[in-house]
Design a protein around this ligand. Structure first.
Ligand code: HEM
Length: 170
């Protein structure tokens, strides 16, 4: 029994469950519920920010990625598939790539949109009437971007989850 390997697996599996679960819940349940709630919904999103959702998720995702690539290195002795790669190796590599792309979509589109919506929401509360329509328009545009990028992150992580679930049996 190798304690480091066990630690790596615990960090990886716990991190993966947290990352995928947190994204899935927000994209498929919380965001639509907040939208249905109208102006009051914005307060829930602000509270989510206050509880550091937008910092904790990328941090845990980073740990999942690092431990995943560490496990891949230990299992296959290289950083990416090469000559003679087994089906299992190719499957884990596919899951690794989709998780990496999901991470970049998350930090480059989803997270900045959510941050900007929060900032504009706060501005809207103080804004004069003539500026409110422009701010609302910008918020709606960002919401669409957030929803679309969120759905992509869910799809990509869905592929990762399937590959991780079946990898060792292939
Ligand atoms: C959301 C992202 C991820 C989730 C939810 C996840 C989940 C899991 C789970 C549950 C296992 C255990 C499977 C088993 O014991 O049969 C696993 C194993 C593994 N994962 Fe991931 N993973 C993720 C990202 C990654 C990434 C980015 C890589 C990088 C290539 C990776 C590489 C591996 C490898 C190589 C194993 C096998 C470990 C071993 O042999 O003990 N994973 N993953």
């Amino acid at each position: 029994m190798d304690p480091f390997l066990l630690l790596l697996r615990v960090v990886h599996v716990a991190g993966g469950v947290f990352w995928a679960g947190a994204i899935l819940f927000v994209v498929h349940f919380l965001e639509p519920a907040v939208r249905d709630a109208g102006p009051d919904g914005a307060k829930v999103m602000q509270a989510l920010r206050k509880h550091h959702y937008l910092e904790v998720v990328p941090m845990v995702a980073t740990l999942t990625l690092l431990s995943g690539f560490g496990l891949y290195w230990r299992d296959f002795g290289r950083a990416h598939p090469g000559p003679g790669a087994s089906v299992a190796e190719l499957t884990y590599a596919l899951g690794g790539i989709t998780a990496l792309v999901a991470f970049f979509v998350g930090v480059s589109l989803l997270r900045p949109s959510a941050l900007r919506i929060g900032a504009l929401g706060a501005e809207l509360a103080q804004a004069p009437a003539e500026k409110q329509a422009t701010l609302q328009e910008e918020i709606s545009r960002l919401r669409v971007r957030m929803r679309k990028s969120g759905r992509w992150v869910v799809r990509l992580l869905g592929i990762t989850i399937i590959t991780m679930a079946v990898g060792r049996y292939l």
